[in-house]
Design a protein. Structure first.
Length: 486
């Protein structure tokens, strides 16, 4: 049993209200520990500590000194790799091979990549003649935005939190993290790392809780928060954007998606099947960039459906540390109920269930876990619930198409615009179609391939703003202009 405390001003603290809630393991629903819910006093204290740290030792560090400290943070995460791995798996239930190859290494790398990038960040300068014949030099300077509220999702807790905290700290800001109530462990553990490497008090803070009338709302509505960044569902993003409007504070939002894969008849068939299998079912479909709509050109439609069915049925559920486990549980009982409700909707709306559609048969000791089957549907119209709404589970609907124009229209006829993938060996078609799809990210013959220097973010209801490389610095710094006449 763990006591999971808030981390404020370099110390682990409980709360004044006495309120707690449970952290449960989604593999078997066993109790991991008790979380102390942050109320308004804790949110106020965390923001005050972060604001004070801006004027303390942290605010006086040079870029080189800051970078060195963040490099030490990355090294300490890697030194405590097993601790972070155990914590991440306990909260999420994801297989060890996934967490150890993606979540923890990328969590550390996010500090390193932004530390490296900030060292080479430049601004513009211009020289001009003044009306009286003298000279003026105009140049830009970047300053930290201030206190950044970081509201995190539960699907990739460490990776997506450090994806925001890394550049925020590299730019000289301070942060208050609100992890998902479902996955509090790695954000809390990172507080130990910050203390170990000597990051000044108040630079990194963590408050636990929920959204309305809890840590999330108290943090995002706080007048001393200078910017808010959030990854999660669109409904919550809308509430955060409304909170940010009070005081005209900038927000960066990476929200929901209903991502599509376009599989043309001339694709490398095996590459397409293998990659779509990953994009639909990896992390039990709990990936914001995951695929839930698959469009396959008619000549290979039946063959593709059969091949994906065969792949889906090899996704063995099981304990995270078992070598033959291919898929873990959903994150919580609440999310399991949501995904199963969509499975029922698909059935009610007349879907052909190719495979799955329910809960897998599990050993007695795992029956209380948050399991669902990898599921494939065909036969639904474009207006069906599971074709237009984000499920966020290991499922997809596969539809045939005939022409390029037809599939582009279908893919774009959705409120979301996060990501897509295109499978074809015709490079002209690939580039032509990629430009027409209304998304922030597009892969050709691949998926989840990321160069961390490139822009990341969504279009339409999938978000506002871009992160990655220098693009993150546009949000985490304020650009000022200095004009010098001489």
């Amino acid at each position: 049993m763990k006591e999971i405390k808030n981390f404020i001003n370099g110390e682990f603290v409980t709360n004044t209200s006495g309120k707690t809630f449970e952290d449960r393991n989604p593999v078997d629903n066993s109790l991991i520990g008790t979380i102390y819910e942050a109320g308004k006093p804790e949110a106020d204290a965390a923001v005050a500590a972060a604001k004070a740290a801006l004027k303390g030792p942290w605010g006086k560090l040079s870029v080189v000194e800051r970078v060195k400290m963040l490099d030490e943070v990355a090294k300490e995460i890697n030194r405590r790799f097993d601790d972070f791995l155990q914590a991440e798996i306990a909260d999420t239930g994801k297989p060890k091979h996934l967490a150890s190859h993606v979540d923890i290494p990328r969590g550390a790398a996010n500090f390193q990549i932004f530390a490296d990038t900030i060292k080479n960040m430049s601004t513009e300068s211009f020289e001009m003649r003044t009306p009286d014949g003298k000279t003026a030099l105009s140049y830009g300077v970047r300053v930290p935005r201030g206190v950044i509220a970081v509201v995190c999702p539960w699907n990739l807790p460490l990776l997506l939190m450090t994806w925001k905290a890394g550049p925020a700290l590299a730019c000289g800001n301070t942060v208050v993290i609100k992890p998902s109530e479902e996955t509090p462990l790695t954000a809390t553990l990172l507080g130990e790392v910050m203390n170990k490497v000597g990051v000044p008090k108040g630079v990194y803070n963590v408050v636990h809780g929920f959204g309305p009338d809890s840590a999330g709302a108290f943090l995002t509505s706080h007048p001393d928060v200078n910017g808010i960044t959030f990854t999660g569902e669109t409904r919550t993003g809308t509430a955060i954007m409304q909170a940010g409007a009070v005081g005209i504070r900038p927000v960066s939002l990476e929200l929901g998606g209903k991502n599509a894969a376009l599989v043309f008849a001339d694709c490398d068939f095996q590459v397409a099947v293998d990659t779509v299998t990953r994009s639909c079912f990896e992390n039990a479909g709990q990936v914001c960039l995951g695929t839930e709509r698959v469009y396959v050109q008619r000549p290979i439609f039946d063959k593709f459906v059969a091949a994906l069915k065969e792949k889906a049925e090899t996704m063995k559920p099981g304990r995270p540390f078992d070598e033959d486990t291919k898929i873990g549980p959903l994150v919580s009982k609440e999310h399991q109920r949501k995904v199963l409700s969509y499975y029922q909707k698909a059935k009610d709306e007349g879907a052909t269930i190719v495979t799955g559609g329910g809960i897998p048969e599990m050993p007695d000791e795992l029956k209380d876990g948050c399991w669902v089957q990898p599921t494939i549907w065909t036969g639904l119209p474009e207006t069906a619930s599971v074709v237009i709404e984000e499920v966020f589970g290991p499922c997809c609907h596969i539809s045939p198409f005939d022409t390029e124009e037809e599939v582009v229209e279908k893919v774009n006829n959705n409120a979301y615009g996060l990501a897509t993938s295109i499978y074809t060996q015709d490079i002209s078609r690939a580039n032509r179609v990629a430009k027409q799809i209304e998304v922030g990210l597009c892969w050709i013959n691949s998926w989840f391939l990321r160069d961390l220097r490139t822009p990341f973010g969504g279009s339409k209801q999938s978000g506002i703003g871009r992160e990655g490389g220098v693009h993150s610095f546009e949000f985490y710094t304020e650009l000022r202009n200095v004009m010098l006449k001489y």
